[in-house]
Design a protein around this ligand. Structure first.
Ligand code: ZN
Length: 297
């Protein structure tokens, strides 16, 4: 009787073990980082840092598309539709018309997009890009671009249509990031407040701000040259079938070494790629009292 059971048991074990490699060979998300022009001269390094952060999760395979150094690059035509998520480290000249159209088509049909820091300075007059990113700064943005968006001291979101330019920041400093939505997959499990490494705290961003969800803010204190408002720091935009994750953080090397920045980039990119987040909050995530950096990245 026992011998009769051995063969089926062995067969079962064999089938299980031969399936295991298939289970492990999970398809990675295809990510594309776009760069080539940026008023932040460290862009070649920050692109490599972000590439490494995404690859470390083992969830993404990462490609990079780089434009010519100046002007509209007529040969810049990435196949956006072949990717699950596009990450912009680009702040420069307009893309060719056909590239703009294929990017918007990609987003509207369910693509993912990640906006990091100065990527929200680009394309001030490209209407659909601004709808997709929610808020932006500089690039000629003003009251015609949409309202200023911030939180008041009672935690209520304000859409301020008053006249003025979009985009400003005070002196760089470490600042507290306050979670405003702990149910969203990107911010779920993050502390209520955490200290971000010295960075530019973008304020006075303005834009269409349609279908936008603010997940975290930072207080731009007047003593540090800011607005005295709670400014959006982590937010998402639903654009057609597409998902956009936007963080104004990440000015330079040190701010991109912050574990808070790394974690929000990794989780935000996964969410943008498929609407879910499977990554845990790492044990070295910053708390409200201390910044936490991964040096050597
Ligand atoms: Zn900057």
């Amino acid at each position: 009787m026992i011998r009769k059971l051995i063969l089926p048991a062995l067969l079962f074990a064999f089938v299980l073990s031969s399936c295991a490699p298939l289970l492990h060979a999970k398809q990675k998300f295809k990510a594309l980082i776009i760069d080539g022009q940026n008023n932040h001269g460290v862009w070649p390094q920050t692109t490599q840092m972000m590439r490494k952060y995404l690859e470390e999760t083992e969830l993404f395979s990462v490609a990079i598309a780089t434009t010519a150094k100046t002007g509209t690059d007529d040969s810049f035509h990435p196949e956006f539709k072949n990717f699950d998520v596009v990450i912009s480290n680009y702040n420069g000249a307009a893309w060719p018309e056909a590239t703009q159209q294929s990017f918007i088509e990609y987003l509207k049909t369910g693509g993912g997009f990640v906006v990091v820091h100065a990527a929200n300075n680009s394309f001030g007059t490209w209407k659909e890009y601004n709808v997709a990113i929610g808020l932006g700064g500089w690039g000629g943005r003003n009251e015609k671009s949409g309202p200023y968006v911030y939180f008041d001291d009672q935690g209520k979101i304000v859409r301020d249509k008053s006249a003025g330019n979009g985009g400003h920041h005070g002196a760089q400093h470490p600042f507290l990031v306050t979670t405003r939505n702990s149910k969203h997959p990107i911010t779920k499990g993050m502390p209520g407040q955490w200290l971000h490494e010295k960075d530019e705290l973008y304020d006075m961003l303005r834009g269409p701000a349609e279908n936008m969800t603010v997940l975290a803010t930072a207080f731009a204190s007047k003593e540090r040259g800011g607005t005295g408002r709670h400014e959006p720091m982590i937010f998402t935009i639903e654009y057609g079938q597409g998902r956009v994750f936007h963080t104004p953080m990440g000015h330079g090397i040190n701010s991109q070494q912050c574990v808070g920045f790394i974690t929000t980039l990794q989780r935000g990119a996964e969410w943008a790629a498929n609407g879910k987040v499977t990554q845990e909050i790492p044990s070295d995530f910053p708390n409200a009292d201390e910044v936490s950096k991964r040096i050597g990245n």
